[in-house]
Each structure stands twice: as structure tokens, then as C-alpha cells.
Design a protein around this ligand. Structure first.
Ligand code: GTP
Ligand code: MG
Length: 195
């Protein structure tokens, strides 16, 4: 499929089902801990600096943000989990919003689940992966911030992440960096494979 990635724009932000776009365009959602680099991943894949708002402060993205890419697919930027400074009520609202989207959205083709390549996956990362497996939602694991680890240690980190997640070999795993654009082709290939 030919996609003009320059032709991308934010379409809408939503907090509930009634606000989701009403059509059958395929969607790829981005999930991961707050600050892991979801918005940066979107910007890198679209060759844009600031289409998806990024921040060194966690918790920047608080709604489901739908990005229209050349009228061929959508990225859905999902608020990050595991941000300590939110109230219990906020967290419960977040959980409900994500769960509603992930379990009921017919447009959803796959979830790109981002983990920080430097560290073992958190309990929340593991829970997200188990959740996606349980609902049989195709998942692409993107291990990001690879630029922060020496290349000679990449294999060791990849193995550790896979082991912790109990990674299913039929899923895709992409080593990625928004800094160097490492993994750009592989990430696009994995995504286009699912839509
Ligand atoms: N070195 C490096 N920094 C990165 C990379 N990806 C993201 N960052 C930085 O990490 C911080 C958080 O990135 P975001 O893309 O805003 O993270 P997010 O997952 O969208 O965060 P929330 O919206 O809070 O959930 C920013 O300061 C980015 O510049 C990467 O691959 N390498
Ligand atoms: Mg974000």
C-alpha cells in the first residue's frame, strides 16, 4: 500500500465511545507507560517534529488522540499508564477509557505496545501485554530509547524483555529509537502487515 505519511493530521480527541470516528478506517493504537515515547514514536514514523505533543513531563497525553494518515489508517495515541501523580479517581477513569477502546473498537487492527528498552518491563507493561493476549488483539512490541544503550547490549536487553513478558514468538518485536530513527522501516512494515 502506498501511504503518503506527510499527509497526516490530528483528527479528533475522544474520551468516550460516542466521540470515536464513525467509519471503518483501520486503527493502530499506541500503548505504554507514561513518558516511554509513544507520541515521539508517532512523530518519528510520520517524519514530523511535533504533530503528536511530546513532553519530558509525564502525563502529557490525556485523551485518545486520533491521527488520520493519508485517509488510509489512523494512529490512536493512548494516554500513558503508571504515572504516579494522578488520583485514584483519575486512574480509574483512565482504565475505563482504555479498556472501552481496546475491547470494543472494531477498527482496531493492532496495538503497538512500547516498552523502555533500558529496563525490565514494569508490572503495568506485563499486565498490558497479558490483557492484549487475552483479548487476542495483535500486538507489536516496540522497545524504544535504544539509543540510550550500547549496541553490544541490545541482544541482552531484548532477551530480558521477552523473558519477563513471556513473549509470544508469533508477535513482532522491534528495537526502536526516535532519536536515531533506528527501526523505522521495521516498525512501518510491522504496522502495514496488520492493516
Ligand atoms: N533518547 C531518547 N529519548 C526519547 C525517545 N523517545 C522519546 N524520548 C523522550 O522521552 C520523553 C517522553 O516522550 P513522549 O513521546 O512525550 O512520551 P509519551 O509516551 O507520549 O508520554 P505520555 O504522553 O506522557 O504518555 C521526551 O522527552 C522524548 O524526547 C527515544 O527513542 N530516545
Ligand atoms: Mg504522549
Amino acid at each position: 500500500m502506498e501511504i503518503n505519511t506527510n499527509n497526516a493530521e490530528i483528527m479528533l480527541s475522544a474520551v468516550s465511545k460516542a466521540q470515536y470516528p464513525q467509519d471503518d478506517m483501520p486503527e493502530i493504537a499506541l500503548a505504554g507507560r507514561s513518558n516511554v515515547g509513544k507520541s515521539s514514536f508517532i512523530n518519528t514514523l510520520l517524519g514530523r517534529k511535533n504533530l503528536a505533543r511530546t513532553s519530558s513531563k509525564p502525563g502529557k497525553t490525556q485523551q485518545l488522540n486520533f491521527y488520520n494518515i493519508d485517509d488510509k489508517l489512523r494512529f490512536v495515541d493512548v494516554p500513558g499508564y503508571g504515572y504516579a501523580k494522578v488520583s485514584k479517581t483519575e486512574r480509574a477513569k483512565w482504565g475505563k477509557m482504555i479498556e472501552e477502546y481496546l475491547t470494543s473498537r472494531d477498527n482496531l487492527r493492532a496495538v503497538v505496545s512500547l516498552v523502555d528498552m533500558r529496563h525490565d518491563p514494569s508490572a503495568d507493561d506485563i499486565q498490558m501485554y497479558e490483557f492484549l493476549k487475552y483479548y487476542e488483539i495483535p500486538v507489536i512490541i516496540v522497545a524504544t530509547k535504544a539509543d540510550k544503550i550500547p549496541r553490544g547490549k541490545w541482544n541482552k536487553h531484548e532477551s530480558a524483555i521477552k523473558k519477563k513478558l513471556d513473549f509470544d514468538k508469533s508477535d513482532k518485536f522491534v528495537v526502536f529509537s526516535s532519536e536515531t530513527r533506528h527501526g523505522f522501516d521495521q516498525a512501518w512494515e510491522a504496522i502495514l502487515d496488520e492493516i
